[in-house]
Design a protein around this ligand. Structure first.
Ligand code: PGA
Length: 250
């Protein structure tokens, strides 16, 4: 049985003081869950979040990283830097980064490889736009993005990659994919992984759904056969609401 992984993506929100307050509020609310709880926070919150989450079951991730280790890349942060303060996870290839910051399948793949080099666990985002969906290209797009993101990884690395299927039209819009639809897309991603890496590896990869997940729909979504939890944006900014999503199975 795959575990359920619920990750919050705070995006460009929350100052350090708010992060500390949030984690202190969340800690008792999620301490009994068997699900994995991750918060992906802005760089400026990482250190505070890591300290506050020490001795809890809350894990901390970043929202991006550069693929090079160091060098003349003004404004960038490397995997080595994240690892040096004990960050565990890193989101790679979020659609907002693909859309606004020129992230491509190629840079996503480089970043995923760099994440493993520095022992960070990548949460790789894939997903189709509304236009692509309406043109019937969803499966092609998401399986191709998955294949390219994972290119060159070992089976073990693939098994340690979390994939977040996030249809772009569902992000921050209040529109969610139906649970059947999300489950089917995720099955297609898993099938693709099976074709390349074999059944055993495919059956172990955690594949989340993301896009307007909230406490009111998490139970139905995460109850589906292939949806192994979620990547949660807006609804991860309030501790109580986020705790309900983490505790969807209680
Ligand atoms: P949302 O964002 O939950 O606010 O739709 C999800 C995401 O972008 O990861």
């Amino acid at each position: 049985m795959r575990r359920k992984v619920i990750a919050g993506n705070w995006k460009m929100n929350m100052l350090p003081g708010e992060a500390i307050e949030f984690i202190n509020e969340l800690t008792p609310l999620v301490k009994d869950t068997e699900n994995e709880v991750i918060l992906c926070v802005p760089y400026t919150d990482l250190f505070y979040a890591l300290l506050t989450a020490q001795n809890t079951n809350i894990k901390i991730g970043a929202q991006n990283m550069h693929f090079e280790e160091s060098g003349a890349y003004t404004g960038e942060v490397s995997g080595k830097m994240l690892k040096s303060i004990n960050v565990e996870y890193v989101i790679i290839g979020h659609s907002e980064r693909r859309q606004y910051f020129a992230e491509t399948d190629e840079t996503v793949n480089k970043k995923v490889k760099a994440a493993f080099k520095y022992e960070l666990k990548p949460i790789v985002c894939v997903g189709e736009t509304l236009e692509e969906r309406e043109a019937g290209k969803t499966v092609d797009i998401i399986t191709k993005q998955t294949e390219l993101a994972l290119e060159g990884l070992t089976n073990e690395q693939v098994e340690n990659t979390i994939i977040a299927y996030e249809p772009i039209w569902a992000i921050g819009t209040g529109k969610t994919a139906t649970s059947e639809d999300a489950n089917n897309s995720i099955k297609e991603i898993r099938n693709k992984i099976e074709k390349i890496y074999g059944q055993e590896t495919a059956s172990r990869v955690i594949i989340q759904y993301g896009g307007s997940v909230k406490s009111g729909n998490s139970k139905e979504l995460f109850g589906m056969s292939d949806i192994d939890g979620g990547l949660v944006g807006g609804a991860s900014l309030k501790a109580e609401e986020f705790s309900k999503i983490v505790n969807f199975d209680k």
